[in-house]
Design a protein around this ligand. Structure first.
Ligand code: SAH
Ligand code: AVI
Length: 377
């Protein structure tokens, strides 16, 4: 039984999880022009959780070899920009601006998944914490880890919570989120893990039950084969007593879905085009984001939303870091994301195929989003 969170009794040194490469987080908030507005409901620290001073070191681990992500981006750009049709993997949306734009998306009227999943967590977090009885909450693709507070609070109330391990490929956003949680939960050991969860899951090996959360419907951003590989890899690293909490957006009226990915204010369009800015910054490319338009469409056969960037003119883009010259024809479309939508039976089947047994299934009151709790079968 652990004693978290009690604002008054945080130890001077937090307990430390094992890891390969611990670092101290740099200070400072994220900044992204165009992505600033009022803080979200959950990102504003509630009064009952006083923020801790920012000068206390946060534990950060980098699981991938130095340069791995930079090389992976080069490889993905080389392959994707040379393919027909062209394609870029969505994990590269999330530089500082991309992460801020995603947070802005979560506050849009049209973008229901975050609110729907939060409403499920509000209702079910106690049940989840009681079933999992986990010491460690690992969150894959944690982002701002806003909804995560509902799980942390429930696990603390259950008396089991000792550590939180957010895992994300977006280092700046991850550290900012981890620092906030660290400040709000005295006594909680927080270890931020910078990793690509398709390469290295970043699960802590410490004894004690672990609850692995993968929220937001991010699993839908993986293609079916990638999903199966990811689930099998996760299953192979879980132990008896661990649990897996998975958020999945559900199939619904295509008009609702398309609006969620093509909002009136153009935030999703900016998010989509941000991948071009990522390539410009990282690879010296000369994409002109204004020379592309945002496309969101529902693929009824695959049951996924597809985001694309459509070239507004014949143009040639150079990508010096990979020595590539890329012609785009007017009207040519490049896929930047799929966002698969699920049905409960399909989720259970994919989990079962990977060796999980789904023990609970919740949806919000309008049946828009599903949350499943599974254990190793
Ligand atoms: N879980 C949060 C954030 C979702 S946004 C929520 O529910 O709101 C998706 C997050 O997953 C981003 O922070 C992004 O950086 C991260 N992500 C995407 N692909 C990833 C990968 N392959 N490995 C690690 N993190 C990834
Ligand atoms: C992170 N992921 C679940 C989001 C989604 O809905 O597929 C990413 C996103 N793309 C456009 N809007 C949001």
């Amino acid at each position: 039984m652990r004693d978290v969170p009690r604002p008054s009794d945080r130890p001077a040194e937090t307990p430390q999880a094992p890891g390969r490469t611990p670092h101290t987080a740099p200070p400072g908030p994220l900044r992204c022009p165009g992505a600033e507005d009022q803080p979200s409901e959950a990102s504003a620290p509630p009064a009952r959780r006083p923020a801790r001073k920012a000068d206390v070191a946060l534990r950060v681990e980098r699981c991938l070899p130095d340069g791995f992500l930079a090389e992976a981006l080069r490889a993905d750009a080389r392959a994707g920009l040379s393919a027909t049709p062209k394609v870029l993997p969505p994990k590269w949306f999330y530089d500082e601006c991309g992460s801020e734009l995603f947070e802005k998306i979560t506050r849009l009227d049209e973008y229901y998944p975050t609110r729907a999943e939060r409403s499920i967590l509000r209702a079910a977090a106690g049940q989840i914490a009681a079933a999992a009885r986990a010491e460690t909450l690992v969150e894959l693709g944690a982002g701002a880890a806003d909804k995560t507070r509902l799980l942390l609070d429930a696990m603390a109330a259950e008396g089991t919570l000792a550590s939180f391990v957010p895992v994300d490929v977006s280092e700046a956003a991850l550290i900012e989120a981890a620092r906030r949680v660290d400040g709000e939960y005295p006594g909680l050991a927080v270890t931020a893990v910078v990793s690509d969860f398709e390469e290295h899951l970043g699960l802590p090996s410490a004894s004690g039950a672990r609850l692995v959360a993968f929220l937001g419907g991010t699993i839908g951003n993986l293609l079916p084969g990638q999903r199966a590989a990811f689930l099998a890899s996760l299953r192979s690293r879980l132990r008896p007593g661990d649990s897996f909490l998975l958020g999945t957006d559900l199939v619904k009226d295509p008009a609702v879905l398309v609006a969620a990915y093509d909002d009136a204010a153009g935030v999703t369009a900016a998010f989509n085009k941000n991948i071009l800015s990522v390539l410009n910054a990282a690879l010296g490319a000369d994409f002109d984001p204004d020379a592309f338009e945002h496309v969101a469409l529902w693929d009824a056969r695959q049951e996924w939303i597809e985001m694309r960037l459509r070239s507004l003119q014949d143009q040639i883009v150079t990508v010096p870091a990979i020595d590539l010259v890329v012609p785009f024809a007017e009207g040519e479309e490049m896929r930047t994301e799929v966002s698969a939508k699920f049905r409960s039976a399909g989720v259970a089947a994919e989990l079962a195929a990977a060796g999980f047994s789904m023990t609970e299934w919740w949806t919000d009151d309008r049946g828009r989003f599903g949350l499943s709790l599974s254990v190793p079968a």
